[in-house]
Design a binder for this molecule. Structure first.
Ligand code: MN
Length: 244
């Protein structure tokens, strides 16, 4: 029965124990709502631990049917050739290297990728794009992008480009949640912008000529139980993984 469920790799995060019995101990994890969002649309979620072993990364890329890139800390600006600015936050260069190698291998293999929050940044930087290290460095920012309300509450609107995949699912305007302090600056040549907020901040990108390589700045996995169209993004992603 379950043999036909596509395997969706979920990029893992690292946490370092601060208190408890073993301060400094590291664990790998992913928030559970990524897992349930995939399982709810008939995908088999598999959390992939951060590694810089290229043979392991290649094996993961060959094994999975699709890749979900999850949220997390800032990307080291050295990967887009910028000096670190004052408002840059916590980095995890090891995870940056892991995810960029993994995403390139998965895309080269023709498999779908869904990048969420930090995931849209990884997609962009892996293909030569750049980021605003903090939204205060974007001169036209006027919308609050770090909401104080709960995870599934929506906070600002997003305008979707006609002709994009996202437009088919979400229509021209959609309310999203927003939990970011960085954003895409220069878009990598392989991608097109498919959504922006009122102030012009890039909220989604799609890879040209690929059936499903999508990055979104908001957190659809926190919205799936309240907003059917966000669930549809996961359903399409898993469907595409099944066909890949
Ligand atoms: Mn936003």
């Amino acid at each position: 029965m379950g043999a036909d469920l596509p395997i969706i790799g979920i990029s893992g995060n690292v946490s370092v124990e601060k208190n408890g019995r073993f301060p400094g101990y590291r664990s790998v994890f992913a928030y559970e709502d990524y897992v349930t969002a995939i399982e709810d649309v008939n995908g088999a979620a598999l959390i992939l631990p951060v590694t810089t072993n290229s043979a392991v990364i290649e094996r993961h890329a060959a094994h999975i049917d699709g890749l979900l890139l999850t949220g997390g800390s800032d990307i080291n600006p050295l990967f887009y050739q910028e000096e670190p600015l004052e408002k840059l936050q916590q980095l995890s260069s090891e995870r940056d290297r892991f995810e960029m190698a993994l995403v390139r291998a998965v895309i080269n293999a023709g498999k779908p990728v869904f990048g969420i929050c930090r995931g849209i940044h990884i997609l962009n930087v892996a293909y030569g794009g750049t980021l605003y290290q903090d939204l205060t460095y974007y001169p036209n920012v006027s919308v609050k992008h770090k909401q104080q309300s709960g995870p599934y509450e929506v906070s600002h609107t997003v305008h979707v480009q006609q002709g994009s995949y996202l437009y088919d699912v979400l229509g021209e305007k959609v309310w999203t949640n927003s939990f970011h302090h960085q954003a895409v600056k220069e878009v990598a040549a392989e991608f097109v912008v498919s959504a922006t907020s009122d102030d012009g901040v890039i909220e989604a990108i799609e890879m040209r000529d690929k059936s499903f390589v999508l990055g979104v700045q908001w957190h659809p996995e926190r919205m799936v139980n309240h907003h059917g169209n966000m669930r549809k993004l996961f359903a399409d992603f898993v469907e595409c993984a099944k066909e890949s």
